[in-house]
Design a protein around this ligand. Structure first.
Ligand code: ACO
Ligand code: KIV
Length: 573
């Protein structure tokens, strides 16, 4: 019988399940995302307000420039009424002409007249700008935080909108495109009919129409439900809002349950046009939805994210510098370890996948970087985000032959035969078990060299071959070094290797060659060759390796390497 799980003793009874939305004819489950939504980065606002150390002006500017370079066209740059620093930063962007003409900045404010005026003042001189107004609409906030009923709550939003319009008229006459965004904060916990009522009342004031959209942003301020519930809420709003064609329906998921990415994706399937989030999911508590994961998820489905992630490491290091917070090594798409496999079966499959991709691309006459990506365990080509394959396979005690041989192939152009791969990876396993931790490519090569390429008791110094062309007529004379002495030996066979093996019999070395493989290590006349010999020596089956510009020398070396290898094993038993 399987072991029985036991009650945890945790006070789960204090929590209640989130109510479902009554939407039996929901359509989002069958929807497919075929184009990128509009993105808004709130790194400089929601992201910044949640930092241990908020960004200083230099860091804010670096973040802003990064966002612009990546292609974000809507950027929330702060909460100017919060502090002089926030106000000054907005001014510095406008006065410093740092905002490209095709970028719409936005600023957030509470629905309080004095704060709205100050907020609008921060935008004077901006070519394009949006004021984003919010007030919490959920029952708990109405009751506990604002002590208002539904009507008074709605009035805060309506009055706030009027103030925004009044001050925009007063201060922003020169602004070419003035946008307005309204968020019923805590939308996720707000009764849907009331969220709709407030949004409709706000629209009645703003009067959206052709060329005058309104952004209605419906935040999961604290993520409290499974993503399907959020999708239902968004689809319900999308269906029931009037003037829908003039509404940009926006979502703003947070990640309290760790499902913000799923919530955003399902919300887009439910009708959302726009997503607000932060790079690498910075933001309040567990963060805003991660714009990098969302964008790259689209990319990996063949949809253009409309954002450039091609240098993910530069993006990560800039974000780390600006936020002073590290990105986790396993963070989707950008973490240091996300394109790395340590475990044997993964390495094996990746190794085979990369080879087969190259072969298929070559057969199709397509450059490999344009060929449809299909490699096991790697959802995208690391090169597409500026990573190299070097880090893909790393070796530790969980690794197998695939990874080990991939590294030898990648760094040293050696294409080990399968049984040699098995033999060498067992040897590596002994070292990793003994030494622990990760093995660098350099350490791997050191071990390979030590086992197969280091001088041992037997070595070949020079050799001469002759043949009369008929079968079995090969003669080899070789100067060999054996146990410190140089000896000339001669032997016959049906090819150079069998003749050399025959010659070794003169000094009492008995070898039976079981398998032989060779390959050029690069193209061109001066290329070196690698030879691999599987041999039975003193009743033991071992591999030897030889590398030389002359293929015959490489093969004789491989025979000597096998003899030396067997001697080392015998000495260590
Ligand atoms: C979900 C979000 O992330 S929303 C954005 C949150 N970000 C921030 O708050 C950062 C910037 N904020 C600040 O610097 C300050 O809160 C300020 C400058 C805006 C306001 O400061 P204060 O005037 O001291 O108010 P305080 O911070 O205590 O805010 C609470 C007051 O604002 C009211 N309030 C809160 N949100 C809103 C709103 N959206 N609209 C209108 N009033 C609001 C509260 O009811 C409370 O009023 P009370 O003092 O009459 O009870
Ligand atoms: C102001 C709103 C959009 C917000 O940040 C939230 O609800 O999380």
């Amino acid at each position: 019988m399987m072991p029985q799980q036991q009650p945890s003793g945790m006070p789960f009874q204090r929590y209640t399940p989130f109510p479902r939305v009554d939407l039996p004819d929901r359509t989002w489950p069958s929807a497919t995302i075929t184009q990128a939504p509009r993105w808004l980065s709130t790194d400089l606002r929601d992201g910044n307000q949640a930092l241990i150390e908020p960004m200083d002006p230099e860091r804010k500017r670096e973040m802003f420039d990064l966002l612009v370079t990546m292609g974000y066209k809507e950027i929330e740059v702060g909460f100017p009424a919060a502090s002089q620093t926030d106000f000054d930063f907005v001014r510095s962007l406008i006065d410093g002409e740092a905002i490209p003409d095709d970028v719409q900045i936005s600023v957030l404010t509470q629905a309080r007249e004095d704060l709205i005026e100050r907020t609008v003042q921060s935008l004077v001189g901006a070519k394009r700008a949006t004021v984003h107004l919010y007030n919490a609409t959920a029952p708990q906030f109405r009751r506990v935080v604002f002590e208002v009923d539904r009507d008074a709550c709605k009035a805060i939003a309506v009055e706030g909108t009027r103030h925004v319009m009044k001050f925009a008229e007063q201060y922003l006459a020169d602004t070419e495109y003035f946008g307005y965004e309204y968020s019923p904060e805590i939308f996720i916990d707000t009764e849907l009919d009331f969220a709709l009522e407030v949004c409709e009342a706000v629209m009645d004031v703003w009067q959206p129409g052709p060329g005058r959209e309104i952004i209605l942003n419906l935040p999961a301020t604290v993520e409290r439900a499974t993503p399907n519930v959020y999708a239902d809420q968004i689809e319900w709003m999308s269906r029931n809002l009037s003037r829908r064609e003039h509404v940009c329906l926006s979502v703003h998921p947070h990640n309290d349950r760790g499902a913000a990415v799923a919530a955003a994706e399902l919300a887009v399937m439910g009708g959302a046009d726009r997503v607000e989030g932060c790079l690498f999911g910075h933001g309040e508590r567990t963060g805003n939805v991660d714009l990098i994961t969302l964008g790259m998820n689209l990319f990996s489905q063949g949809v253009d994210p409309m954002i450039d992630f091609s240098d993910i490491d530069a993006i990560r290091s800039t974000v780390e510098h600006c936020t002073q917070l590290p990105v986790a090594p396993r963070h989707p798409y950008g973490g240091e370890l996300v394109y790395t496999a340590f475990s044997g079966s993964h390495q094996d499959a990746i190794n085979k996948g990369l080879r087969s991709l190259e072969e298929e691309a070559e057969a199709a006459g397509t450059p490999v970087n344009e060929y449809p990506w299909q490699v096991p365990y790697l959802p995208i080509d690391p090169k597409d985000v500026g990573r190299t394959y070097e880090a893909v396979i790393r070796v530790n005690s969980q690794s197998g032959k695939g990874g080990v041989s991939h590294i030898l192939n990648r760094d040293h152009a050696l294409d080990l035969p399968r049984r040699l791969q098995i033999e060498f990876s067992r040897a590596v396993q002994e070292f990793t078990d003994a030494e622990g931790g990760e093995f660098s490519a350099e350490r791997l090569w050191e071990i390979f060299t030590q086992i197969y390429l280091t001088d041992g008791p037997l070595g070949v110094m020079a050799h001469r071959s002759s043949t009369n062309g008929s079968e079995g007529s090969y003669t080899v004379s070789a100067d060999v070094r054996f146990e410190g002495e140089i000896r000339e030996v001669t032997g016959n066979g049906n090819g150079p290797i069998s003749a050399f093996v025959d010659a070794l019999g003169e000094i009492g070395v008995k070898v039976r060659v079981l398998d032989y493989v060779e390959h050029a290590m690069s193209e061109g006349g001066d290329a070196r060759a690698a030879a691999y010999v599987e041999a039975e020596v003193e009743g033991r089956t071992v591999w030897g390796v030889g590398i030389h510009a002359n293929i015959t020398t490489a093969s004789f070396r491989a025979v000597c390497s096998a003899v030396n290898h067997a001697a080392t094993i015998a000495a260590n038993r």
